[in-house]
Write a protein that binds this ligand. Structure first.
Ligand code: TXA
Ligand code: MG
Length: 305
């Protein structure tokens, strides 16, 4: 890091320590960060996003030890998963320690923790000396930003500083795995149930349509552009949409046919079409295979009324 970057990092840490909001890069999507142990700062996140305060946030850490301190029990599975997948796009839900404010967990007695795979954000957490609470840096139910040019001006009004880390490498939000009872995936992501089973040696349940409505990633309408979105077999010739074939016009974007690249480009592509204020965005159906599961989940929610 050069001097200018170090100064920016120090400034970001000072702002967080003072209770302000900072936008931070992660490998999945950009996060809207606050000091995770400061209830007043965490409340600002909900105001900025327009998100109900009962929705729990993820606390981001720079060290495994820091995550353990936020929990009241840390099973062997957590150690094994952290060793294999951290830093990276896996969030673990565990019983919370008393130091974690209710504001960060939506009043739940569990806490979500993850270690982001961007050195810039980990250095920021280290410099602050505390975990950062950070939901995706979008307004409630809207698309998560995967680069700083997708940030919503209304959201930015609440933010003291933006740390730009360039485009996000993964592009969709982390896998959320609860280890509170039997291992259960609450949100699909690029770390698959199979990959998790391989590490912990037991079956993983997938329950991504929880019905208590508190989990925003499980909110039926989520990750949505402003325009209506529809999954189709073929994008209409004059219409706006994402297609695996050749784009017929400026209104269409050709998307990659592998799930990793598709995930990386998805939100930026939808944001680009949405900025043209189309009446409808058509998205060509993606394959039904397991490796597309996380992308299919996001598209299904984006298309929900
Ligand atoms: O990739 C990501 O996870 C991004 C980056 C910024 O780290 N963050 C993110 O945060 O997507 P957010 O707030 O948009 O989504 C958090 C997800 C939600 O699905 C929420 O329900 C779940 O984590 N979650 C958080 N705490 C929980 C808890 N105690 N119990 C169950 N689910 C929880
Ligand atoms: Mg979100």
């Amino acid at each position: 890091m050069d001097n200018a970057e170090l100064q920016l990092l120090a400034k970001a840490a000072d702002l967080l320590a003072a209770g302000d909001l900072v936008i931070v890069p992660t490998e999945t999507v950009y996060g809207l960060a606050a000091d995770g142990l400061n209830p007043r700062a965490v409340r600002k996140i909900f105001e900025a996003k327009g998100r109900p305060s009962s929705h729990p946030l993820i606390l981001h850490v720079a060290e495994v030890e820091q995550a353990r301190h936020l929990t009241s029990s840390w099973p062997e599975e957590a150690t094994a998963l952290a060793r294999r997948f951290w830093p990276g796009p896996l969030t673990l839900v565990l019983p919370k320690a008393s130091a974690v404010p209710d504001e960060a967990t939506g009043g739940l007695d569990t806490v979500a923790v993850r270690m982001p795979d961007t050195p810039l954000s980990r250095r920021l957490i280290t410099q602050l000396g505390r975990p950062i609470a950070a939901p995706s840096a979008n307004r409630f139910t809207r698309l998560s930003p995967t680069s700083t040019d997708q940030l919503d001006p209304d959201l930015l009004q609440h933010v003291a500083l933006v740390l730009d880390g360039g485009p996000c490498r993964i592009g969709i939000e982390s896998t959320v795995l609860s280890l509170v009872e039997e291992p259960t995936i609450l949100r699909l992501g690029v770390i698959s149930p199979d990959a998790i089973e391989e590490v912990i040696g037991t079956m993983v349940r997938v329950s991504v349509d929880g019905n208590d409505g508190r989990a925003p990633g499980q909110h039926p309408k989520h990750y949505s552009p402003t325009a209506r979105l529809q999954i189709v077999d073929e994008v209409s010739s004059g219409g706006w949409g994402l297609t695996f074939g050749e784009a017929a016009s400026e209104r269409q974007i050709k998307v990659p046919d592998d799930p990793t690249s598709y995930a990386r480009e998805l939100y930026a592509a939808l944001a680009k079409l949405d900025s043209q204020n189309p009446p409808l965005i058509e998205v060509q159906r993606v394959p039904e295979t397991e490796e597309w599961a996380a992308v299919r989940d996001r598209l299904r929610r984006a298309a929900a009324d």
